[in-house]
Design a protein around this ligand. Structure first.
Ligand code: HSE
Length: 414
């Protein structure tokens, strides 16, 4: 049998890592796929005259599309324009595509999976969530016997790094962000990470796979970590919590509730001790209970590890559909429940003159609350944690409090 021919589109961090890893471990990769394999093309508009792979470069997508030898393509370009067009055209020709492109899968996953299946190809995206952490394949294969009730995860390494620096080194958000940018974790425009959009895309993919319907980014309530201050970090710590950016999707009797937002995570929850750029995803299934997937959620070789794993799987399934990797499209969000209609506990920080005189009123509103101690607490400031109440009702109660105090912060608990 002739060698399987592969193309890699995009020679950035993940693309170059994929090519490097492929040739470094080619012997075991071929053994595990059961076939000889080679990379025939690398698509990139830039020139790489000193690259050891310089003979493989092309600037023309058509070289890949029109070559009948190519049976698997790794789309590592990112974005939704060219990547969408090229992926559709390849899948329509029966060429399998593997990707790390979370933006594309979150926006067009249902459509691209359908095109793949109609044409005897596979669309694989293990690298799109959690970098090198195995999570996509466990969800639809190893855990396929479970009904899932909840997925909660730290899905973004950059924000987890920033929050870790705030918690352990008392850096402000701005200082920690600057450090993350210096280290190359955060982009110059950090909004996709710090405002929660990257984590939202990853939650879309996990939720769609676990619950069977496409969850589009606009179905998910998303807020980032820009508003978190060292005051909040200290109050949280005093109450026995760490603040983490959590992607959470839960199956409730009223539908799926999905949010990406900072949450107070109790120190007994393993997610509270996931630090630096690491990611972790906790999956709850009816047969297994909780399972935690932990590891490097980004970076050249961790992500390439998942990409090459998918290439091997695509080769192994040549011409055969991976049935379990699929979900239905959705044209409305009737199966979702608005997050304001779900119960939650919240941490609240308020400011007022003689704030202690409001304690009785606050306790009366919520029946009971846990007031949080803080060394050197200003007499104008008070923080407390509510019991579990439907969030829209919490907002009503906070509105009553805001007649007498300034509500500085409200952060949900996990
Ligand atoms: N910017 C992302 C992160 C990279 O920080 O997790 C992987 O999506």
């Amino acid at each position: 049998m002739s060698a399987v021919k592969i193309a890699v589109m995009g020679f950035g961090v993940v693309g170059s890592g994929t090519v490097e890893l492929f040739y470094k471990n080619k012997d075991i990769i071929e053994k595990r796929s059961g076939r000889e394999m080679d990379i025939k093309y690398i698509l990139d508009l830039r020139d790489f005259p000193d690259s050891p792979y310089k003979d493989k470069f092309t600037k023309k997508f058509d070289d890949i599309l029109n070559d009948p030898e190519i049976s698997v393509v790794a789309e590592l370009m990112g974005g939704k324009t060219f990547a969408y067009d090229y992926t559709k055209r390849l899948l329509s020709k029966g060429v399998s595509v593997v990707t790390s492109n979370k933006e594309l899968v979150a926006a067009y996953g249902a459509e691209l999976l359908k095109i793949a299946k109609a044409n005897g190809a596979n669309y694989l995206f293990e690298a799109s969530v959690g970098g090198g952490i195995p999570i996509i394949r466990p969800l639809h294969q190893c855990l396929a016997a479970n009904r899932f009730s909840r997925i909660a995860g730290i899905l973004n390494g950059t924000t987890n790094y920033i929050l870790t620096k705030m918690i352990y080194d008392q850096l402000s958000f701005e200082e920690a962000l600057a450090q993350a940018q210096e280290l190359g974790y955060a982009e110059k425009d950090p909004s996709a990470d710090v405002d929660g959009h990257d984590a939202t895309r990853k939650l879309c993919i996990l939720g769609s796979l676990a619950f069977g319907k496409h969850i589009y980014p606009e179905y998910i309530h998303c807020s980032g970590i820009r508003e978190i201050t060292l005051d909040d970090v200290e109050y949280a710590e005093n109450a026995g919590y760490a603040i983490k950016l959590i992607g959470l999707i839960e199956n409730t009797p009223n539908g799926l509730v999905a949010t990406v937002c900072p949450r107070l995570v109790g120190v007994n929850n393993p997610l509270s001790s996931v630090n630096d750029v690491f990611n972790a995803i906790m999956v709850t299934g009816d047969a297994l209970g909780d399972a935690l997937f932990y590891g490097r959620g980004a970076g050249k070789f961790p992500t390439a590890s998942a990409v090459v794993g998918d290439i091997i799987d695509a080769v192994k399934h040549d011409g055969r559909e991976i049935v379990s990797l699929s979900w239905e499209d959705s044209d409305n969000k009737d199966f979702m429940c608005h997050y304001k209609s779900a119960e939650t506990r919240v941490y609240v920080r308020i400011r007022a003159e003689n704030v202690d005189s409001l304690k009785e009123m606050i306790t009366g509103l919520f029946t009971y609350v846990d007031f949080i101690p803080r060394k050197h607490r200003s007499e104008n400031e008070l923080a407390f944690i509510t019991p579990a109440v439907v969030e829209s009702e919490i907002d009503q109660k906070l509105k009553a409090i805001s007649q007498k105090a300034q509500v500085m912060k409200k952060i949900r608990l996990l």
